[in-house]
Structures are given as C-alpha cells and as structure tokens.
Design a protein around this ligand. Sequence first.
Ligand SMILES: NC(=O)c1ccc[n+]([C@@H]2O[C@H](COP(=O)([O-])OP(=O)(O)OC[C@H]3O[C@@H](n4cnc5c(N)ncnc54)[C@H](OP(=O)(O)O)[C@@H]3O)[C@@H](O)[C@H]2O)c1
Length: 299
Amino acid sequence: MKTYIITGATGGLGLSIARWLAKDPGNRIIIAVRDTNRGQAIATELGGNVEVAELNLGSLSCVDTFVESWKGEITGLINNAGVQIVNETRFTQREQLEETFAVNHLAALKLTLGLLPFLKGGRVLFIGSGTHNPKNRTATLFGFRGAKFESVASCAKGLDETGSMRQMGMDRYATSKYLNMVTTIELSRQLQKDQVAFFCLDPGMMAGTGLARTAPRMLQVLWRHVLPWVARILPDTSTPERSGKIAAWIVASKDLEGLSGVVFSFDGNPSRNVWDKVFDSEIGRSVMDDSMELLNTLR
Ligand SMILES: NC(=O)c1ccc[n+]([C@@H]2O[C@H](COP(=O)([O-])OP(=O)(O)OC[C@H]3O[C@@H](n4cnc5c(N)ncnc54)[C@H](OP(=O)(O)O)[C@@H]3O)[C@@H](O)[C@H]2O)c1
C-alpha cells in the first residue's frame, strides 16, 4: 500500500484530493482533520482505504502528538489545510500566533519536518495561491494586493498593514501562501540529499469552497452560489475537482520522478504566474532559518 496524508480534507480541495487518491485500492489515505466526526463520515463515504487521524494545525502540540504517534512509510504528504480570516485578527490559543500564519505556514512546516524521516523517496505537496503575486490579475480583481512579507516575526504577531480588517486578512492570507511557495522551493534546495521531493500547486480560484467562511454574508452567498458559474469566464479559475485531480497526480505520478521544487498550475504545467521573489534564495534561507528559530522557541 502507498500511504498518503492529506491535511484538512473535510471539504473543498482536500476532500477532492482524497476522493481522487481513494479511487486506487492500492492507496491508503489518512485524512488528518480537526473534526474527527466529520472525518469519519467522509472516510465511510469514500471507502475502506481511507482512515481518519486527529490534527488541529492551530496547535503546535497537536502537530507534535500527530508526528510522535506516526509509524510507517509515507508516499505523499499534502499540506492542504488553510484558512483565510477576514473578519477579525485571531491568535492561536497556546502559542498566541496569528492564526493564518500559524495554520497555513508554521504548522505545515513543523508537520513536514517532523514527518521527513518517514518520507524517504516520497513527495510533499504544499498548496499555494495566485493571491501571493501582486501582478496576478484575477486576484487583484478580487481585492488582493499580493504578499506583504516583512519577516517571520512580524507575520507571527499579525501584519501591521494599512487598510480595513478585510484587507489585512487578505494580505495575511496572500502572505501565508507566498510562504508556502517559498518553503517549497527552499526545502527542495536544502533537502535534495534526503530523497524527498517538494512541490507546490497553485490550484486557481475555486469558488464555492469553505475558504470564504469569514467573509461578509453577502460575499459568502456570491462565493458559494454565483461565482462558481461566473468564474468560468475568468482566467486562473478552477474547481476543487479539477485541481484535486492535479494534486493527486503530483503526489502519485511516475511522470515526476527525479523532479523537485516545481510550482504547478492547476493545468498540470509549471505555473507561469509565480512572483520572482518566491525563487530568491536569500529570502528562502531567512524564511526557513527564522521559522525554525520560532519553532524552537515555542517548544
Ligand atoms: N478556494 C480557493 O479559491 C483557493 C485558491 C487558492 C488556494 N486555495 C488553498 O486550497 C486549500 C484548501 O482550501 P479550500 O478552498 O478547499 O477551503 P476549505 O473548504 O475551507 O478547506 C480548508 C480545510 O482546511 C481545514 N482547516 C482549517 N483550519 C484548520 C486547522 N486549524 N487544523 C486542521 N485543519 C484545518 C478545514 O477544516 P474544517 O472543516 O475543520 O474547518 C478544511 O478542511 C487551502 O490551503 C487554500 O489556501 C484555495
């Protein structure tokens, strides 16, 4: 059996990835979720090769517990879970880290590093987003300004940017997705000898998922019921089904053997919409060093 771990597979893209991978009876899929009752219902629906594990990425000690109890080889880890918080500034309970940064970047990095010994010959997939790129036309149309990265420390405290609460939440989200991309490239640079391949997917805008749950009510209605239809005519838009299939291909396909450090678009090609700064090795090294230092101080 090939074992795949997918974080945040209770809906949206994560659920779609689980569906695609579960089609192969030779795969064992662990859906790592914070709501295990919902996870159990999904596992029952998807079939006998899907198991549930508890993982709340808003708690670094929960990540530790998950890693400490893990046994066995992993073929693919998919860091899919993510939040976009636009109605307030939220901090994680114990470590008091800004939640978008904590869940989307820091906990995913900690999980990845903790599971590395089990990933020999395997793949790690981070989920990025076109919103990181200030030049992405679809993202700017929806009000994103691109990543506003100053330092890991300032992200951890909540970026002090100008703008409305909603704008700050969008900036934090775009910045966390930028960090996912930078992390992918930097880990592939630093850990080539460990025989683990790192990839990132920009899944495109997938209207209708749970991502907009903190948006104003009217926007939520648009996101769920109108945009999935309108989005078809916009560039850089996809669906959880389409992007989930590509994500499953990235972690499972023999076509990618020998490759690492590629950011894919949801069409299955290397993305042409990645901001140059994602590939800056000085930024990559400092993001990694500062994130590791922060993780060490929070032990
Ligand atoms: N939708 C888009 O347009 C879009 C575009 C680009 C990138 N993405 C990325 O795609 C990924 C999936 O997003 P989505 O659109 O499918 O949104 P979604 O439907 O809201 O899915 C997000 C998943 O993350 C989980 N999650 C959130 N906080 C968590 C935590 N503290 N611990 C564990 N799991 C947690 C959620 O679980 P609960 O059900 O328990 O909340 C849910 O399963 C995210 O990384 C997002 O940034 C989405």
